[in-house]
Design a protein around this ligand. Structure first.
Ligand code: SF4
Length: 647
């Protein structure tokens, strides 16, 4: 690593317990260390996993001590944390965004800041999610400090924290995505959206970061940049918080410029558009390939100011043609917010989609609105009514506009309106893409690609991606349009803005989400077989359940096996949140307990892995490891590997 740039210090707090505060401190020291270790690893004997819940000291003949405290203690601990931790206030940007017409924003070489003697303590709960070996070290240190005092030069030394020594020890596998670095600057936002989901975060969410000055965040980011190695497929473990807005950070462009020297991968940036002045767009254009997810929400300056608190609402609205001039493809994101009325929301949705379509948007995403109980303890609107009205409007608009128009989560539209799920049907084509030039139309069902039959969406997407990667010059497709079967030839080199080969992977064909891989059922069968189970409880979500049941009915893999599919209530977020990926371990525990009140115990409980897939350590959004479910429920629990469903 370069020695010129000062390195950021990752620091964590330690609280030495009061001496004599515990009944049997030596025993507790061992218990804490064991409990902590068993959150990091599984024990094996002769290749078989061994489950343990207690220990006996060699110097004791009989006593077996529990490793895990009764859940009631943990809950009260957690409740204490919740009281202590206030909902994180949104950090406002420290710089005034330059208005259009102000002096040109030229790239300025910025000196590296002087290293500060102290950086802020990182959040241990965040490390619980991404690098739980750090909270383990903290737990071990605190348990040791409950029975010893450290000394130096013969004098007792008090400590209140520790720091990571050599950051090379803390590298993790990396996909080489530049967002692994720049997302660490998404710590602030200069909007104040009425619907901002970040207002509704539960206080115990592990996605928290220390509140720091922008310069300190920049110091951490450039240290990350230093260790980010796309060829070596390594990067520093993340410390991501809830994502705000990268481009609101005063050092965003500095970081992106440095990053561009390391990778030619596209920068996929989410933005509220406040900074998209001509000069800023000019600066972004020098960093291509860049793709923007522009949270426009409304093409009306009045409504954008009202629902987003945007100070210069015209800046984002006027940015669409400027992005086109600079050749930067963008998606427009719209959160339809049903205030002051549903009718006003739908009318604005129509106008905003038409505006985006006129300006060569790559894709419009309509994100269905939701809120947690922390956002509003009272019901704000009828989710079913609002969501179904938005989807009906989108389906009408899709026939009228040229650009692809997607609803997210797309499973909602699919389960509401389609009879057969998971089909490789095209819902839109990117303008000027090989698909659009080749004659593909909305509603076409793909039957084969390059001579290979396809029957599911993931198959179609994978094959298209493969041909895209291999730069196949011409690709034959067989499609069904109404009752007709047609053969089409796509020329993969035939394209123009807003299609871009660097950011488009399916030749411009847009589908209703990623869909379910057929291999999911094979993986489920393997789990069931490995556990020799006949009676299985599968916990799903209201959106996934109907799709999963339909796929299951079409499979011959599960003869003689009973699979019950239940939907846990999302008590953690509450409100009208229904996404399965936002469930936490405690929601699954409650769901299993509810199930056992009315049914006999299953041989196996299967849970999708996606709510535990943010870090590599199988933790939920509170940083709690999934094995806590098995312990609390007293039943075997297995994770079924699947992708997050918000697509
Ligand atoms: S732009 Fe995004 S992060 Fe900023 S307030 Fe709006 S919803 Fe929240």
């Amino acid at each position: 690593m370069s020695s010129e740039k000062p390195e950021y210090t990752f620091r964590y707090p330690v609280k030495a317990p009061e001496s004599g505060s515990r009944r049997d401190s030596l025993l507790e020291m061992i218990r804490i260390q064991l409990e902590s270790l068993l959150g990091l690893l599984s024990l094996y004997q002769g290749g078989e996993e061994v489950k343990v819940d207690g220990f006996r000291l060699m110097n004791e003949a009989e006593s077996i001590h529990p490793i895990f405290l009764p859940q009631i203690d943990k809950d009260s601990n957690k409740a204490k944390v919740e009281v202590e931790v206030q909902a994180k206030a949104k950090v406002k940007v420290e710089v005034k965004v330059k208005a259009e017409g102000e002096p040109k924003l030229e790239p300025q070489p910025q000196p590296w800041p002087e290293p500060q003697p102290f950086t802020s303590f990182q959040r241990l709960r965040n490390a619980d999610l991404y690098e739980p070996r750090i909270p383990h070290i903290q737990g071990v240190l605190e348990s040791l400090l409950s029975v010893i005092t450290l000394e130096s030069d013969g004098k007792p030394v008090k400590i209140d924290g520790f720091r990571l020594k050599d950051l090379n020890h803390w590298l993790v596998p990396s996909a080489g995505d530049p967002a692994e670095v720049f997302d660490h600057l998404a710590t602030r936002c200069d909007c104040d959206c009425s619907f901002c989901y970040l207002r509704g975060n539960p206080p115990s969410l592990a996605l928290e970061q220390p509140q720091r000055k922008s310069e300190e965040e920049w110091e951490e980011a450039r240290t990350r940049l230093n260790y980010f190695s796309p060829p070596g497929k390594r990067a520093l473990f993340p410390t991501l918080g809830s994502p705000y807005e990268v481009l609101s950070h005063p050092r965003a462009l500095d970081l992106l410029r440095e990053l561009r020297e390391k990778t030619d991968r596209p920068f996929r940036l989410s933005t509220n558009g406040n900074r998209l002045t001509p000069n800023f767009i000019g600066a972004l254009a020098k960093l291509k390939p860049v793709y923007l997810y522009l949270s426009l929400n409304s093409s009306s300056p009045k409504r954008r100011a009202e629902i987003m608190g945007a100070v210069n609402p015209e800046t984002a609205i006027h940015s669409l043609p400027l992005l086109g001039e600079r050749g930067i493809p963008f998606a427009v994101i719209i959160v339809p917010w049903p205030f002051p009325s549903k009718e006003e929301m739908l009318s604005d949705l129509r106008e905003t989609v038409a505006y985006a379509d006129r300006h060569n948007v790559h894709l419009v995403e309509v994100s269905l609105p939701g809120y947690s109980r922390y956002f509003s303890p009272e019901p704000l609107f009828d989710r079913e009514d609002v969501w179904s009205s938005v989807v009906s409007e989108v389906r009408v608009l899709r026939r009228e506009v040229q650009c692809p128009l997607l609803v997210k989560p797309s499973l909602y539209e699919e389960t509401l309106h389609e009879e057969k799920f998971n089909l490789p049907a095209v819902v839109g084509m990117v303008k000027n893409s090989p698909a659009a030039h080749g004659g593909i139309q909305k509603g076409d069902l793909i039957l084969s690609i390059g001579g290979l039959k396809v029957s599911s969406r993931p198959q179609a997407r994978d094959l298209l991606h493969l041909h895209h990667q291999n730069r196949t010059p011409a690709l034959s497709l067989s499609i069904q349009r109404g009752k007709k079967i047609l053969d089409l030839d796509l020329l993969t080199g035939q394209h123009g803005y807003p299609y871009a080969p660097e950011t488009d992977h399916h030749l411009g064909m847009i589908f209703m989400g990623a869909g379910f891989r057929p291999s999911l059922l094979e993986d489920l069968k393997t789990l069931i077989t490995n556990h020799q189970a006949r009676n299985v409880l599968l916990l799903s979500s209201p959106l996934v359940k109907p799709v999963f049941l339909q796929i299951l009915r079409g499979s011959s893999l599960f003869g003689g096996i009973q699979i019950r599919v239940e939907v846990p209530e999302n008590r953690y977020f509450g409100g009208n949140i229904c996404m399965g990926d936002l469930l936490v371990a405690q929601d699954f525990i409650e769901a299993i307990r509810d199930y056992l009140r009315k049914n006999s115990p299953p041989d196996l409980v299967v849970i999708p892995s996606s709510p535990f897939s943010l870090g590599q350590w199988r933790r939920d959004l509170e940083g709690r490891v999934f094995t806590a479910i098995e312990r609390a429920a007293g039943l075997p629990v297995a994770l079924l590997d699947c992708e997050p469903i918000y697509d």
